[in-house]
Every structure is written in C-alpha cells, then in structure tokens.
Design a protein around this ligand. Structure first.
Ligand code: ADE
Length: 231
C-alpha cells in the first residue's frame, strides 16, 4: 500500500516510522510518504492558513493551498483525484474509525491522508477534494497528525507481514472472528501471583473448552462496555 500524508508537520511522524510493525510493513513493500503543505503554497508570504470568514477562533487550512499541494503531487485536478484514490480528511466530525473501516482501507492500493491544523479545513476542501472524512473519536485533537498515525497504524497492521505472527491480527478485538466483540483476557507466567490464579481452563490444554471460554469472555466484555457507555 502507498500512503501519502499531507501535513504541516512531517517531522511529527518520525517516531511512528520507527515502530516495528510500521518498519515491517514498509520493508514488505508499503510506502509512507509526506507532502508538506508549506512547500506548495501559492502565496508569496508562505501562508497556509487563514482566519474564518464571519469571525471565530482559530485558523483554517486554505483551499488554494491544499489544491496546489494535491495538484503538485498527482498532476491532476484534485476534484478528479478523489475518484481514483481515497483522499481522507482527518476530522473530528468524520466517520468513526472502527475495525470494519480499517479492514476496508487495508484493501486499497493507495491512500491520501489530509491533516488539518488549528480549527481544521476550509469546508470546500472537504466538499470537493476529500472522498472521505474520518474521525478517530468524538474529541478534538490539535491537528490531524495524531489521527493520521492512528489510521496508518490500524491499517498497516492489517497488511501481510506487518505483525510477526499472521494470526495475531485475525483474532483481535473487534475482528470478524470475534463477532465484532473486544478480545478475551490473556495471561502469561506465572500461573499464580499473590494468590491471583490464571483461570484453570487456560491451563487445561483443552482447546475446545479454551475456545468456548474465550468467546464467552469476549461477549461479557462487550456487554460490560455497552453498559458502561450507557451510564
Ligand atoms: N482532527 C482533530 N481532531 C480529530 C479527531 N478526533 N479525529 C480525526 N481528526 C481530527
């Protein structure tokens, strides 16, 4: 997969790129590249953002700057670009990222991620250049960079070779294998610590019973999480 991240802060991805599963995904042929909006502003003062018409706090990323950066990268009108590849604007109001969306994005050959800053984007960017708007949660981050890393992380770990053990992403929380429920509890040695024992079934070697126990634990966790969010 080829991912292009458009941002004012490409250096903020340095830590992310050093993570093992990201390095694995890149070694296996995926590409992660960055375009700095600031390198493509058509404005002589190097400006990339501006104050909102009608007043209000904060600054918005300008539509002409985003157009120029997309055009420079892909050589076509960004209005057409979104018909050829997913152009995802990170926005708190977007579609909530979940495992199904991560799966869907992981099947794409290429993604473009647009990171907003300050108050976000001029609405025309979302309306005319983005194919999708994605949110990583109903809270506001100071920019789209952390959200873009979350999307890249959730998607890249789905690609073959990103995780050491291929089965580890198949049966993890919210996967189809678990019926969309959270993952069951895990334990490792010691089997007992301060009197806290690992459930006997996990030490039994009885794979069918272990499977049933895990499935039931996942369901219980899902019920508990649903109850907690209703409170
Ligand atoms: N930009 C700012 N907050 C965000 C969020 N919660 N999700 C995606 N992008 C964002």
């Amino acid at each position: 997969m080829e991912i292009d991240v458009f941002t004012l802060f490409p250096e903020s991805f340095e830590w992310f790129e050093q993570q093992r599963h990201v390095r694995n995904a890149l070694a296996a042929g995926s590409q992660l590249q960055y375009v700095n909006f600031r390198d493509h502003t058509p404005l002589s003062a190097g400006q990339v953002d501006d104050t909102p018409f009608g007043g209000g706090a904060g600054m918005l990323l300008r539509v002409d700057v985003v157009e120029s950066a997309l055009h420079a990268r892909y050589g076509i009108d960004p209005v057409q670009l979104r018909e050829r590849r997913r152009v995802i604007a990170l926005s708190p109001a977007g579609r909530l990222l979940d495992d199904a969306l991560a799966d869907e994005l992981a099947t794409e050959p290429a993604l473009t991620l647009l990171c907003g800053r300050y108050e976000g984007f001029d609405e025309r960017i979302l309306e005319h250049f983005a194919s999708d708007q994605v949110s990583v949660g109903r809270y506001v981050l100071s920019g789209g960079e952390l959200a873009a890393m979350v999307v890249c992380d959730a998607v890249l770990r789905k690609l073959p070779g990103a995780l050491g053990d291929a089965s580890s992403s198949a049966e993890e929380s919210f996967s189809a294998a678990l019926g969309g429920d959270p993952e069951y509890p895990h334990y490792t040695r010691p089997a007992e610590h301060r009197g806290w024992r690992v459930p006997d079934v996990l030490l039994s070697g009885h794979h069918e019973r272990i499977g049933q126990w895990r499935r039931e634990q996942s369901r219980q966790r899902a019920r508990r999480a649903a109850n907690a969010s209703d409170e």
